[in-house]
Design a binder for this molecule. Sequence first.
Ligand SMILES: Cc1cc2nc3c(=O)[nH]c(=O)nc-3n(C[C@H](O)[C@H](O)[C@H](O)COP(=O)(O)OP(=O)(O)OC[C@H]3O[C@@H](n4cnc5c(N)ncnc54)[C@H](O)[C@@H]3O)c2cc1C
Length: 485
Amino acid sequence: MQTSTDQKFRTREISASELSLLQGVRYFRNRAWENWGRTARCQPEFSFYPQRVEDLIQIVDFARERGRQVRVAASGHSWSGLVPTDGILVFVHQLNKVTMDLSDESNPRVVIESGATVKEVNDVLEAHGYTLPLNVVLESVRFGGLIATGSHGSGWNNSTLSDLVHAIEIVTASGQLHKFQVGVDSDEVMNAARLNLGMFGIIYRITMNVQKSWVVHAQDQRLPIDQVLENLKERVLAHDNMDLFWWPFCNQFWVKTWQRTEGEITAKPRKSLNDKVGSAIGARFHNEMLRLQSTFPRLTPGLSRFTFKVTPSKGDKVVDIVEAIHYRRAIEVAKMGCVEVAFKIDSGFDNVKWAIQAVMKRVEAYAQRGEYPMNVTMNVRFIHNSNCLLSPAFGEGHTCYIEILSRTNQADWESFSGEVASEWLTLPQARPHWAKEFQHIPNVIQHIKSSFGENIRRFNQIKDQLQVDPTHMFVNHTLEEIFLK
Ligand SMILES: Cc1cc2nc3c(=O)[nH]c(=O)nc-3n(C[C@H](O)[C@H](O)[C@H](O)COP(=O)(O)OP(=O)(O)OC[C@H]3O[C@@H](n4cnc5c(N)ncnc54)[C@H](O)[C@@H]3O)c2cc1C
């Protein structure tokens, strides 16, 4: 699909001799790209594979001088249309160096090239006895993608990954490497740069605050829904972390909690061969179950209850915090769709209960008609908030992130998840997660514009003042709709 900004940018053909000016940067022409969830695709004119920061500068110079737009692909695990472009797509996976910065003992940090995966970062942190206090569950995604979209983990006192950014180095439209850093730049500039959806330029490197690692008492329980909802607030406040999972047609939640402790580790070593094999088999089995439910939708209630029983939803152990955070492996095997919304929690958690029950009621209503659009899980997480201007968790008050997942391209998923999300978006300061599916939600662009309101205006103003992208080189169709119209 060619967009109006693409049309404006694509002015003339590029000759082979011009391309040879890009010394040593591997590229392909007109190579198709598709994201992991098979919900976004494009055929960029050029796909570039940089290996060094100098390559990023060359690519941006090349794009600017020839009027091409630039977007970056990391692991392609976002669902929304943030990546696609007809212009230049930059693959950053070879920029994956990770080093510790322990020059200031009281402020330990990790310096991450934007193509490094969560696993590559964890390997370095664990080797030095440090950790990020929060993270996403899967370890295959890359930090450029996590930071650009404001991805989050869970924990009542935690913010988002973008909030942990101390410095971020970005190749902006002029081809210069611009470092934004706490203590040098104002808080407001930092809070625009930390979560910019790739609109400041190509992120080269990120410096993040880390902590000495610690151990936690981690519990997994299957508890009746009514019992959990009755005193939801007390349960959440009683732990460092509490997540809820609900499999459709089940009368129990998987309640995952953890709490800092001093005890000895009782779990098996992290990432043993057994664990790897077990996770791979489990994930493939789950994938087959989902395939079965897709082919025979009426089997969904029974298979969903069975799947819940075989999840690791019963356990009691002392583990490293990093193991507690990344408690599931191989989750990428089963391709899924996902819709997620953040909203501010009211004082009694009544709106969280309402949001949960809205999903349960709709699953039942669809089932009455013989339709089973949701066959994976609902996940509810609780965090503090974010200071990043474009974070769905921006603003005073604790935030609930609620998401639903189903097999990729499941029948009726679009209408079901669109209706659920429309209900969720009526909650206070509710906003969709940038990286998840949101473009099918009715009137969502208008909703995003009004719910971020002043923050979008301020973000654009800061971007203009800094002159990071005066010609909108780093914007695509999706972003143009939200930020430029
Ligand atoms: C199974 C699964 C589980 C997930 N769990 C969570 C979760 O627990 N919490 C959560 O918040 N999210 C979660 N996500 C969403 C995920 O964190 C985001 O989609 C994240 O962006 C994925 O990173 P990526 O490397 O795939 O980035 P991509 O999808 O490749 O890119 C995401 C965005 O970042 C931009 N970008 C990437 N690198 C750069 C760079 N170097 N410079 C400029 N822009 C860049 C891209 O252009 C794009 O706009 C999950 C996704 C999946 C598939």
